[in-house]
Design a protein around this ligand. Structure first.
Ligand code: ADP
Ligand code: MG
Length: 314
């Protein structure tokens, strides 16, 4: 392709909300063999909601939610945001907001009144959060986080979790003062176009793969819904880049589509990194493409554009 053709293609992409950083990335996309999708926020909407709670200790739902929301208040994870919303509604249901900004402002005011004081907050990528409340350690996250801290997961909790996971939900575990005090079931719906895009890629002779830090049961249930057979679950952030490199070993051209801070090493390692426009700045920086519309159809648009631009000189 001539420099002019590349320039034209870049412009056509931009008109469709597909921003490409340079002619090399534009050229590489034509030969993509694998498209690796992050699950949360990429295949799914990244707008989780709490669907159920289960409490094991003597505390009531209000106290439980106050503890969990306090621990999650500084997290930027979509699950944390969903938990905050849920707690907010529980405590203040019935007060109708006048606008979105109003909700936001009131949330901040109200949260600052009833959230507990938190010390030593730490976000643990791929696992959850931990901090101290009233001098005692609280952990909110997945099984790994709980068991790593030497906390037992009773039979009753485990079967509740498995049930959630088989239904494509993510179980969030909460431990306080070295004891599992409750669980929350969370759901994050697929993006509307996800199934069609996965199907479309297969028709183009491209293999879709899903990678996620989420547990394997939830991951497989979601993958089945979206039509992806190759699933890599319970992957820590650094592991996502390792998966890309292993697929590249035979010379295959690998694309990665992601939105999170966790995805940035993989986006950088991929031959073609595509960041979802609604994603974090770090992901956008690491990527070759930015899909501004937050629509997965643009993965296909990007590959098509490359194929059309470079096919004439092949
Ligand atoms: P993904 O790869 O699907 O985007 P992450 O790597 O961000 O997922 O997280 C993996 C898992 O770690 C989540 O499914 C969740 O169980 C747990 N987790 C991470 N952060 C949080 C948090 N702030 N609150 C609760 N759970 C969390
Ligand atoms: Mg994500």
């Amino acid at each position: 392709a001539t420099p002019t053709a590349v320039m034209v293609a870049t412009g056509v992409g931009a008109n469709h909300g597909v921003l490409v950083k340079g002619g090399d990335a534009l050229e590489r996309a034509q030969n993509v063999k694998y498209v690796i999708f992050d699950k949360t926020g990429t295949l799914t909407q990244g707008k989780a909601t709490v669907t159920s709670t289960k409490i094991f200790s003597g505390i009531d739902l209000g106290e439980f939610l106050t503890l969990v929301a306090s621990a999650e208040a500084s997290s930027e994870h979509p699950l944390a945001k969903a938990i905050m919303d849920y707690a907010f509604h529980f405590h203040f249901f019935g007060k109708l907001p006048s606008s979105k900004d109003d909700i936001k402002k009131r949330k901040q005011e109200i949260f600052s009144q009833w959230l507990l004081e938190v010390a030593d907050f730490a976000a643990l990528p791929g696992k959850g959060v931990q901090c101290l409340i009233n001098g005692k350690k609280i952990l909110v996250g997945n099984r790994t986080l709980i068991t790593e801290n030497g906390i037992n997961i009773p039979e009753e909790a485990e079967s509740f979790l498995v049930d959630l996971e088989l239904n494509a939900k993510t179980g969030v575990l909460v431990a306080y003062d070295s004891e599992l005090i409750g669980l929350m079931g969370m759901t994050d719906p697929l993006k509307r176009e996800a199934v069609v895009v996965v199907e479309g890629l297969k028709k183009m002779g491209i293999y879709p793969v899903m990678v996620t830090g989420d547990n394997w049961r939830t991951a497989h249930a979601v993958a089945k819904e979206v039509g992806i057979e190759d699933v890599r679950a319970e992957v820590m952030p650094a592991g996502k880049a390792d998966i890309i490199r292993s697929l590249q070993k035979d010379g295959s051209v690998v694309a990665m589509v992601g939105d999170g801070i966790n995805d940035s090493p993989a986006l950088a390692a991929a031959d073609v990194g595509m960041a979802i426009g609604a994603g974090t700045d770090i992901a956008i920086e690491a990527a070759d493409y930015v899909l501004v519309r937050n629509n997965l159809e643009d993965v296909i648009t990007a590959i098509d554009l490359s194929r059309k631009t470079f096919s004439r000189i092949r």
